[in-house]
Design a protein around this ligand. Structure first.
Ligand code: PAF
Length: 279
């Protein structure tokens, strides 16, 4: 596995590779888990070359968020990436990505006003800006993003569509722990007691699914039931539970089968976790 830190070097290599090979790309912030590795495996199956980036992107963290404490373990990541079949690990520095006088940002305007965007106003501008820069460095034909960050996936797809970026966005299913907690690098922050309460997110989502199977389509009633489940676990504090249309993210009064995203963000202790299901 080749490790590259320099954007120009990455661009030159990709330019050459692209002449006769397909490049699949997995963007990460490191501290890799099975979720990231499933993206790498899929990329390996569908492309000649797999590039993974590891970059904890300062632009997508607000003041007081966990940029400084975000888990980092470079040696472990290198080993896991290599085992997952990654051919090139792109590891740029913040100075390389955002030199002094950097002043261009990408902003998907409407889809970023709700859900994660409402709670974290700078987040998506940081994500779309870095993903665009990473695409320009890596030049992939396909890029793989997990459905756990459902809104991120929708926003990135919109950026690609609006800006005519020549890359296929491949969505990948959520990978869960043994007790169905969605995998996330931030799960590491949970102490053993909080870890037990973290299962409440998916329990609430499963309750919603069961209610819909029982033909209850009123989203207000579904959300009330989800709130009840989460609040019954200690250390939990709901940021939002929301039921939205999958393509425009408008809030829904009634479930529309095939077109509904149920998503939530919950603090468990100080750790903010997200999860979702697509109905
Ligand atoms: O999902 C993530 O890990 C990040 O938001 C991403 C897409 C790598 C951009 O920094």
């Amino acid at each position: 596995m080749k490790i590259i830190k320099d954007i120009k070097e990455m661009q030159n290599l990709s330019k050459n590779l692209k002449k006769d090979k397909s490049i699949g790309f997995v963007a990460t912030m490191g501290f890799l888990h099975e979720g990231h590795l499933s993206l790498a495996h899929q990329a390996k199956e569908q492309n000649d070359v797999v590039v993974m980036s590891i970059f904890v992107n300062p632009l997508q963290f607000a003041e007081g968020e966990d940029f400084n404490t975000y888990p980092r373990d470079r040696k472990r990541d290198e080993k896991l990436a290599e085992e997952a079949g990654v051919d090139i690990l792109f590891f740029p520095s913040p100075e390389e990505m955002y030199p002094e006088n950097f002043q261009t940002h990408i902003n998907v305007e409407k889809l970023t006003q709700v859900l994660e965007g409402a709670s974290r106003p700078l987040f998506f501008k940081g994500v779309t800006t870095v993903v665009c820069k990473l695409f320009n460095a890596v030049k992939p034909i396909r890029a793989y993003f997990g459905e756990k960050d459902a809104q991120q996936l929708i926003v990135i797809k919109k950026m690609v569509e609006d800006l005519n970026m020549d890359v296929e966005i491949v969505p990948m299913p959520i990978i869960r722990e043994y007790d169905e907690l969605a995998m996330s690098s931030r799960n590491k922050y949970l102490n053993p007691e909080e870890r037990k309460s973290a299962v409440s997110l998916y329990k609430a989502l499963k309750k919603a699914k069961q209610m819909i199977d029982d033909k209850i389509f009123d989203t207000k009633i579904i959300i009330q039931n989800m709130e009840k489940i989460i609040s019954s676990y200690p250390f939990t504090h709901i940021d939002y539970i929301s039921i939205n249309h999958i393509s425009n993210l408008k809030s829904l009064k009634y479930i529309e089968i095939g077109k509904t995203l149920i998503s939530l963000a919950v603090f468990v202790g100080k750790t903010r976790l997200i999860d979702n299901i697509w109905i």
